[in-house]
Design a protein around this ligand. Structure first.
Ligand code: HEM
Ligand code: CU
Length: 700
């Protein structure tokens, strides 16, 4: 589409002469010949998109009154790439690395960092399982065990699961919706640095033997000033602040990107399901994370300056903590699961070679889960004693979540059933996900019933349940997703044989590790105990669980070995090695910094299947500036062109000064006042107006 002056609404367009195939074909074009398409003054609902050549020379530049270089008939192929490379490229070397605002570079860093935390958290889990393999084992002190399960849960939830999902979204969403960068790219860089700083804080504290020890949900009064003196809990609470700032920043970027930067023609109803999952997730982050940030802020205040928010002797309320925490904590599990469901949908679609069954039902299910997730948090608090009505309401609401979840499960099964499945590694992980997640869902529905919950509360039954949903619902889809998008990230395919061996070890190891925990729980073994006496009948199942967790860990090691090996020796990937239907596969593997030579135009939900050889594109965007095409929220009609932020060192600087502020405020409240100055200075530099390019509308 030519964005210049051009046609007005209602103008009749000439029939579409197709431009010669080689004109639109290039090394970054997925090898597919492309047509340029002229959208005229914006599409309307139901408009046909006509293919046509871009307009000629002079007419392309009228909008600003200057001759600005734009992509189009005059500028394409190698010349266009060179030009875009210069405009979108980073500075070379370390400086470029530190200042980059490219969503792909930051997204990759985010993914790798989150996976490192998965490994660290996994090592802690292995240490715990070693200690619990035999009764009355003396591998570690009770204090060490407390730190281990707290660090494990905290690392997994705050430093691995949520960040890794957001990381994938940061990398994939702009590619999947056909744009050149994420919105607010500097904020994106800032969020990554904040996340890393929070992770380092927690782990350095742990290595110095001042790791938090009050559990990942840090209930008061145990975590309050009276029962947790010292700095351990403050470090935990401040780590929350770091990760919540990071998560909220990314969520805001993702909402803006998804709602305003979709390629022309990608109406809401044509968005890939992963993007839908990310959109719902991002809204959930925005509504739930402030709650835990508030909770931990009040806790720090109680501990540091002696307020009484949670002190029942001074008219505070310990249950306030549980409400604030779980108002975040329950949505959190869907924040982890919904992007996982998105992975599953994309993988199922590609490997079954048909669009996902009942797309509208899938979208409705995602949105419904997102809403219901905010109405069930009290099921974590049944044991605190509630009014009868409360029990009834939260039980019913919890069971209701099974309906949209079930709808999704049946849609995936129908897709496999009705498709032509290729059981390669990513689809194997989908099958593992379905089996495991259904078992976890069933034990979830059991616990929604108050009499059962009161029995199994704080036992290993719960540990079994949440690992079934977390590992089944998020880690299995994630491993499938890594295998699936590995060629896009790195340009090489992951090895299939090692992948399959790893898969079976991980899947079977998981079942052997966690299924016995259901039984242990029902036989009364409490969670969060560093050991247990002999003669309780728990010995064999504990040994089995430990055995399973080592098989699982070995499988995971194989996965890493496979990834590392494939990075250097894997088969070189074409742009679309799996014959997938979504836009990220329309560009090279790995994509160039500007993502697409021409912005694609979308006419269906599976663009690369429906336009096998003719993915229509938009032309007329400036190439001398980082210009993005913004589109309307519902119909994705071209709306405005907007410059995207240039690389900058200030996000890193802002993150460093904020880190100093947050960490020193563990020790004195004055840090907030004094620390505000360097942060303020960094922000002023960050937002200092540059030579002003203001957004121009696409059509006058
Ligand atoms: C690598 C495989 C894993 C193993 C072997 C494992 C094992 C364990 C064990 C033994 C406990 C402590 C039980 C107790 O003493 O009460 C635990 C707790 C926990 N795990 Fe895992 N886990 C694994 C992966 C994960 C993952 C991937 C997540 C999240 C995405 C996760 C989240 C949690 C949470 C939230 C707790 C509760 C911590 C607490 O009680 O404060 N785990 N896990
Ligand atoms: Cu819950």
């Amino acid at each position: 589409m030519f964005l210049g002056p051009g046609l007005r609404r209602g103008d009749v367009q000439p029939p579409p002469p197709v431009i010669p195939a080689e004109a639109g074909t290039d090394e970054h074009g997925g090898g597919k010949p492309r047509e340029a398409v002229f959208l005229g003054p914006g599409l309307r609902r139901g408009d046909e998109i006509h293919s046509t050549t871009p307009r000629r020379g002079g007419e392309m530049t009228v909008l600003t009154g200057q001759d600005l270089p734009r992509d189009g008939e005059d500028l394409q192929g190698a010349a266009l790439h060179g030009r875009l490379e210069r405009t979108w490229g980073d500075a070379p070397g370390l400086w470029g690395w530190l200042t980059t605002t490219d969503h792909k570079r930051i997204g990759k860093r985010y993914v790798v960092t989150a996976m490192i935390f998965l490994v660290l958290g996994g090592l802690l889990a292995l240490a715990m399982r070693m200690q619990l393999a035999r009764p009355e084992a003396g591998l570690m002190t009770p204090d060490r065990y407390n730190q281990l399960f707290t660090m494990h849960g905290t690392t997994m939830m705050f430093l691995f699961a949520v960040p890794v999902m957001e990381a994938f979204a940061v990398y994939l969403v702009p590619l999947m919706i056909g744009t050149r960068n994420i919105s607010f790219p500097r904020l994106n860089a800032f969020s990554y640095y904040m996340y890393v700083a929070g992770g380092i804080l927690l782990w350095v504290a742990f290595l110095l033997n001042i790791g938090p020890d009050a559990g990942w949900f840090a209930y008061v009064p145990l975590s309050g000033p009276e029962f947790s003196p010292g700095k351990r809990t403050d470090i935990w609470a401040q780590m929350i602040t770091f990760t919540e700032v990071a998560a909220l920043a990314v969520a805001v970027e993702l909402v803006a990107t998804i709602l305003k930067q979709r390629a022309p023609g990608m109406t809401l109803a044509r968005m890939p399901l992963f993007v839908w999952g990310v959109l719902v997730t991002a809204f959930m982050v925005i509504f739930s994370m402030p709650s835990v940030a508030l909770a931990s802020g009040l806790l720090i205040s109680d501990r540091l300056v002696g307020t009484h928010f949670y002190n029942q002797f001074e008219h505070g309320d310990p249950l306030l903590w549980q409400h604030l925490f779980w108002f975040f904590g329950h949505p959190e599990v869907y924040i982890i699961f919904l992007p996982g469901a998105g992975f599953v949908s994309q993988i199922t679609e590609t490997f079954c070679r048909r669009p996902v069954f009942a797309y509208p039902a899938m979208v409705l299910a995602l949105v419904t889960i997102g809403l219901l997730a905010f109405g069930v948090w009290v099921h974590h608090m049944f044991a605190t004693g509630l009014p009868r009505m409360g029990y009834a309401f939260y039980t019913a609401a919890t069971m209701a979540v099974a309906i949209p979840s079930g709808v999704q499960i049946f849609c995936w099964i129908a897709t496999i059933w009705d498709g032509r499945p290729r059981f390669q590694v990513p689809l194997l992980y989908v099958v593992a996900f379905i089996i495991t997640f259904v078992i976890g869902g069933l034990s979830g529905v059991m616990q929604a019933s108050v009499p059962i919950d009161l029995q199994v509360h704080d036992t290993y039954f719960i540990v079994a349940h949440f690992h079934y949903v977390l590992i089944g619902g998020a880690v299995f889809p994630l491993l499938g997703a890594i295998t699936y998008w590995f060629p896009k990230f790195t340009g090489r395919m992951m090895g299939e044989t090692l992948g399959k061996i790893g898969f079976w070890m991980i899947f079977l190891g998981f079942q052997v590790a966690f299924f016995p925990m259901h039984l242990l729980g029902m036989w009364g073994m409490p969670r969060r105990v560093y050991t247990y006496p002999t003669g309780m009948g728990w010995d064999e199942m504990n040994l089995l669980a430990t055995l399973g967790s080592f098989i699982l860990a070995l499988g995971f090691l194989l996965f890493i070995v496979n990834a590392a090996k494939s990075l250097y020796l894997g088969r070189i990937a074409e742009p679309n090695p799996w014959d997938a239907p979504t836009l990220e596969w329309a560009t090279a593997s790995p994509p160039p910094q500007y993502n697409f030579a021409h912005i694609p135009v979308v006419t269906s939900r599976v663009p690369l299947w429906d336009n096998r050889n003719h993915l229509p594109v938009v032309t007329g965007l400036r190439v001398d500036d980082r210009e993005l095409l913004l589109t309307t929220v519902m119909d994705a009609r071209p709306d405005v062109r907007e410059p995207s932020a240039l690389p900058s060192i200030w996000p890193l600087w802002a993150a460093l000064s904020t880190t100093c502020l947050f960490i020193s405020s563990i020790f004195t409240p004055w840090a907030v006042v004094i620390g505000a100055f360097p942060v303020g200075a960094a922000l002023i530099a960050w937002f200092w107006p540059k030579s002003g390019l203001s957004p121009e509308p696409v059509i006058e």
